[in-house]
Design a protein around this ligand. Structure first.
Ligand code: SF4
Length: 249
């Protein structure tokens, strides 16, 4: 039997980027970072975030209008036939696990929290299918509560390339990032780094020449194009424009 070594975190070639400079530049590039999952309240955001695992926000946004039209409350979704929910969320992948998770979380919200999503990290991560990433998204976006920093695959990769984190797990990377950024920056810095990873610091072929963090980054490749303010404007424009079909994970 061949045992494959689990890939570790990306190792930057130089010293880590300065967190204050990262924050300041991304604040210019992305002055108003927004969650790209369509939602109208904390519950619809929670469900959409669960569905976004191993999928794209764009795909989730094609599924949730029908999902919430058919079952507009936690109680309605919790008591819907499982196979009907699976059929609606099928396109997002892992549909059986996701249907089970969104129905389990909705049932707990209905029976234990009076139909309202709790604005509390401990109560959120106690819901079926809700891990820290989902809880941080809901608390930060829906309630503006800084419970931690959202760490998904994009934030993991960018943080490691910048030298801001070295750990191999999302929870440990979140811990490292929370130690580098003041608490009042936690909500927005997570979304800004996520958007940088989604549109510029791609897993394969990062667009370093366009990146507003080029001069700060120990993993940069090639030459920067123009001033960082010009490149920051480029990132802001890329995020503001609707993603092309199939893009926007
Ligand atoms: S795109 Fe390049 S310069 Fe920007 S953070 Fe990623 S690796 Fe660094």
């Amino acid at each position: 039997m061949v045992t494959r070594k689990k890939p570790g975190p990306e190792q930057p070639a130089g010293p880590p980027a300065n967190a204050t400079d990262v924050h300041d530049r991304l604040s210019v590039a992305l002055p108003q970072p927004r969650c790209e999952l369509d939602h109208k309240d904390a519950w619809t955001l929670l469900v959409a975030t669960i569905l976004s695992a191993q999928s794209t926000d764009r795909t989730v946004n094609t599924v949730t209008p029908l999902l919430f039209a058919k079952w507009p409350t936690p109680e309605a979704l919790a008591t819907a036939p499982r196979e009907e929910v699976e059929a609606v969320v099928h396109r997002t992948g892992f549909f059986r696990n996701k249907a089970k998770a969104i129905q389990g979380a909705s049932l707990a919200i209905h029976t234990q929290h009076g139909g309202k999503v709790p604005a509390d990290i401990a109560a959120l991560v106690a819901l079926p299918g809700v891990a820290r990433k989902t809880a941080n998204v809901v608390l930060g976006v829906a309630f503006r509560v800084a419970s931690g920093i959202v760490v998904d695959t994009h934030v993991m990769r960018v943080s490691q390339r910048l030298g801001l984190a070295n750990a191999a797990t999302a929870d440990k990377v979140e811990h490292e990032l929370c130690a580098r950024f003041p608490k009042d920056q936690w909500i927005d810095i997570g979304h800004r780094i996520l958007l940088l990873g989604r549109y510029t610091c791609l897993a394969k072929g990062p667009k370093c020449a366009d990146c507003p963090l080029f001069e700060l980054c120990p993993s940069r490749e090639g030459q920067a194009l123009g001033s960082w303010q010009d490149r920051a404007a480029h990132l802001g424009a890329a995020v503001a424009a609707p993603p092309a079909p199939g893009k926007g994970k």
